[in-house]
Design a protein around this ligand. Structure first.
Ligand code: TYM
Length: 359
């Protein structure tokens, strides 16, 4: 205990998969938070191309999709010089740590993951081992940097709980070696103070836009894989497409309530108010202070105008940046090199903790 460090370095990590068009849910639930967090933390933002193989093994355009997500990060305002932006496959330590975590995590833990159940559907026997193991790679993404904070949408909550379970079990299983090597950090777990190598990473979830729903069905999450393009606003949609999708968004016949409690049982209304709040960076109640008692015929055009005002400049900047392959590729190369240095330092210690023979 005496030679342990007092605290983990505060560090943010998050990732987005290069699969299909980015939509408003990805932007409001994740990327916009990434941008805000740069002010107060060192941040590492990853394009998780290894994860994307669990959705489509053989991509025609994986490189371009990777550039597209990178362009979205940069166009939204992430600074790749102050922080790190890279694609996951450049840093093989993610896969190395995943293997060790595969031996730490229990089948029962992964069996409980609702995202696996949803994505595998009825034919589980035919799902890839990679899809089952997705959360273990996600834990490795985070912990290979010993990141303390992870901004994500609400759908990733269970994966972050699993990340903490894996960190805690690793810290417990190897507690003697961690102490003997003097590589532990003191931390609170419940009421206990323990000495561990991996932090109990905090999720950053919440706000009015943590879970943006489909524009066609307020009970379904807005998603890249929804067959209806009208269900989502893509970050690359032009002003006409955005206005049309909001005009056609499902609603109910009642005017908007004046209090947030009045959105109860009205999922579509709640979703549109949440989108407005997320885009304007205000609370749902503040939206209702302005629009309570008004019909959707008034609210929808105001929402469309706000969405175009906020998203059109990002879309234009994304187009400009993603056309410049040389620039995007250089950002990812530089980010990958800097990420590798941190990840390798972690893995060197992890190899010692596990007991592998190394130089
Ligand atoms: P992905 O690409 O599926 O989603 C990227 C981010 O967008 C959020 N999100 C949403 N937020 C609000 N409303 C929605 N409808 C919505 N849809 C998606 C997701 O929560 C996510 O934050 N597993 C991750 C990728 C990942 C990762 C990581 C994240 C891999 N390793 C390590 C954090 C840390 C994912 O869902 O990507």
């Amino acid at each position: 205990m005496s030679n342990s460090k007092a605290a983990f370095r505060q560090l943010v990590f998050s990732g987005v998969q290069p699969t299909g068009n980015l939509h408003l849910g990805n932007y409001l639930g994740a990327i916009r938070k990434f941008v805000a967090l740069q002010e107060s933390f060192d941040c590492i933002y990853c394009v998780v191309d290894l994860h994307s193989l669990t959705a489509t093994l053989v991509h025609d355009d994986l490189a371009d999709q990777t550039r597209q997500i990178t362009a979205a990060y940069l166009a939204s305002g992430i600074d790749p010089k102050k922080h790190i932006v890279f694609n996951q496959s450049r840093v093989p330590q993610h896969a190395e740590l995943t293997w060790i975590f595969n031996c730490v995590a229990r089948m029962g833990w992964l069996n409980r993951m609702t995202q696996f159940k949803e994505k595998a559907g009825k034919d589980r026997e035919n799902a890839s081992v990679g899809l089952f193991d997705y959360p273990s790679l996600m834990a490795a993404d985070i912990l290979v940097y010993r990141a303390t904070h992870v901004p994500v949408g609400d759908d990733q909550k269970q994966h972050l709980e699993l990340t903490r379970d894996i960190a805690q079990k690793f810290n417990n299983d190897f507690s003697d070696r961690i102490a003997a090597l003097g590589v532990g950090v003191e931390m609170k777990v419940g009421d206990e103070t323990v000495n561990g190598f991996f932090p109990m990473t905090e999720p950053i979830i919440g706000g009015p836009a943590a879970r943006i729903m489909s524009l066609r069905d307020g009970s379904k999450k807005m998603s890249k894989s929804d067959p209806s393009d009208l269900s989502r606003i893509n970050l690359t949609d032009d002003a006409d497409a955005i206005a049309k999708k909001i005009r056609k968004a499902k609603t109910d016949p009642e005017p908007l309530p004046s209090e947030e409690a009045g959105l109860e049982g009205r999922p579509e209304a709640r979703n549109l108010v949440g989108i407005y709040a997320g885009l304007a960076d205000i609370s749902k109640q503040e939206v209702l202070n302005e629009f309570g008692g008004r019909q959707f015929s008034v609210f929808k055009p105001a929402l469309a105008e706000l969405a175009v005002e906020k998203l059109a400049p990002i879309a234009a900047e994304m187009r400009r940046i993603s056309a410049d392959h040389a620039y995007v590729d250089a950002v990812l190369k530089d980010g990958g090199e800097r990420a590798c240095v941190i990840a390798e330092a972690t893995m060197k210690t992890v190899r010692d903790i596990v007991g592998f023979l190394q130089d």
